[in-house]
Design a protein around this ligand. Structure first.
Ligand SMILES: [Mn+2]
Length: 325
């Protein structure tokens, strides 16, 4: 689609750009990049999300690049005929709250689980949503600020884990396109002081109760911890030489949150968690990274020993997947 079509759709409306809940660097960069793009073309947009900006890295990103995002609770004046552009997320997915405005557009790089009839839809299987937004600048010769180019570069680097996870040619081309415009000091700055002291507790818990079944590792964090931290710990556990599939789950106030990683070709992390949690909750994601949730109300379904139930459910599906030719 031509990104300028989006301008036509949004003209003369109140516009919101919404990310998935608990936005990560790619979601924040994409939202910011799109906001700046629209601003150049005369459209003002407010960035919004539900959940929390609960990670040091996300907070630091807002400060470093001068980004303002509003949480759902501040959006009391959103109306039904206000327009929403979803970035790095899709309507009807469990990780994005359905706000009152009208979702007329979607720019994303996740697989489609529920199709929805957007007026503007740009969903491509690339490594980051940030590279799609960067391509809008290139295609339309829209000027790019050093901060914006830096934020989008950081988004691409983070979501592709520095080109080691799901990266595509477009991710690489767009990083090359952004580089001469970007204030690279801002990108470098994002890589220092990234860990909070409290994170160590969660790492400690995961390390202490990690269990290994063949090449699948399970670790449980028995207390509330930030969604993004669970994902980071899951990357950390996957980096062990003896583990190809990592399943990390943490007890939260509203349920159990999961993060799954796979470097086993036959085990699609998104399909794995979707299949396993189907009975207990919901989940989904990419071939190598995915997330999900079991709401507290469904805990009785897990029986006497929830760990055994969870482990067996995952191991059964993993075995099935590995046996497929
Ligand atoms: Mn993303």
């Amino acid at each position: 689609m031509n990104p300028l079509d989006l301008i036509e759709i949004l003209k003369n409306h109140t516009v919101y750009i919404q990310t998935h809940n608990f936005p990560d660097p790619d979601a924040i960069a994409s939202a910011f990049g799109l906001q700046q793009f629209l601003a150049y073309h005369g459209i003002e947009a407010t960035l919004c999300y539900d959940g929390k900006i609960d990670r040091l890295s996300a907070k630091k990103m807002l400060e470093t690049f001068g980004i303002v995002m509003h949480s759902k609770n501040d959006l009391w004046d959103m109306k039904e005929d206000d327009l929403i552009v979803l970035v790095d997320s899709q309507k009807l997915n469990s990780n994005v709250t359905d706000l009152i405005g009208d979702e007329v557009a979607c720019i994303d790089h996740h697989p489609i689980f529920f199709s929805y009839d957007y007026q503007y839809r740009d969903i491509r299987p690339v490594g980051s949503c940030s590279c799609i937004i960067a391509s809008y600048y290139q295609e339309t010769n829209t000027p790019l600020s050093p901060k914006c180019a830096a934020a989008l570069s950081y988004g691409i680097k983070m979501d592709t884990a520095d080109f080691t996870r799901g990266a595509t040619a477009l991710d690489a081309e767009m990083l090359a396109f952004l580089f001469p415009f970007a204030d690279w000091n801002l990108v470098s700055n994002m890589y220092s002081n990234t860990m909070e002291f409290d994170d160590l507790r969660a790492y400690g818990a995961a390390i202490q109760n990690i269990q290994l079944f063949d090449r699948t590792g399970f670790a449980y964090i028995p207390f509330n911890c930030a969604q993004a931290l669970i994902a980071i710990i899951s990357d950390f556990i996957l980096s062990l030489d003896v583990i190809d599939v990592a399943v990390i789950y943490a007890r939260q106030t509203d349920g159990i949150r999961f993060s799954v990683r796979s470097e086993q070709k036959k085990v699609h992390a998104g399909n794995l968690i979707a299949q396993v949690l189907h009975t207990y909750g919901s989940g989904g994601g990419h071939p190598s990274m995915a997330g999900g949730m079991i709401p507290s109300a469904n805990f009785p379904l897990l029986g006497e020993d929830m760990h055994v139930t969870i482990q067996n459910a995952f191991l059964d599906v993993i075995t099935e997947m590995e046996q497929e030719k």
